[in-house]
Design a protein around this ligand. Sequence first.
Ligand SMILES: [Zn+2]
Ligand SMILES: [Zn+2]
Length: 96
Amino acid sequence: VSICQYCYSRFEGKSGQVYCNKDCSIQATKIKRKERQKLESIKQRMKTPRFCANGCGTKLSAYNDKRICTSCKVDKNKVSRAIESLKDLFEFEERL
Ligand SMILES: [Zn+2]
Ligand SMILES: [Zn+2]
């Protein structure tokens, strides 16, 4: 008895078989391919330094999928939150 490496169900298979059926094998291959692509893009980013698209000059980490640095991301959230609260204020004034 073997255990499928994708769905973890037990199955009777030939020796060396790691997935219980074709579907599991296909899904597992897809995931592996995705992981490999991610790794490739990280490697690519390590070769060419990227800088924050926000123009703050921060060098982006190779592991960062985003185009802006974490501090800019946080600031952006703060800004949008501030805008939201301003909107509330205007709506409140309109109601008066
Ligand atoms: Zn399976
Ligand atoms: Zn930045």
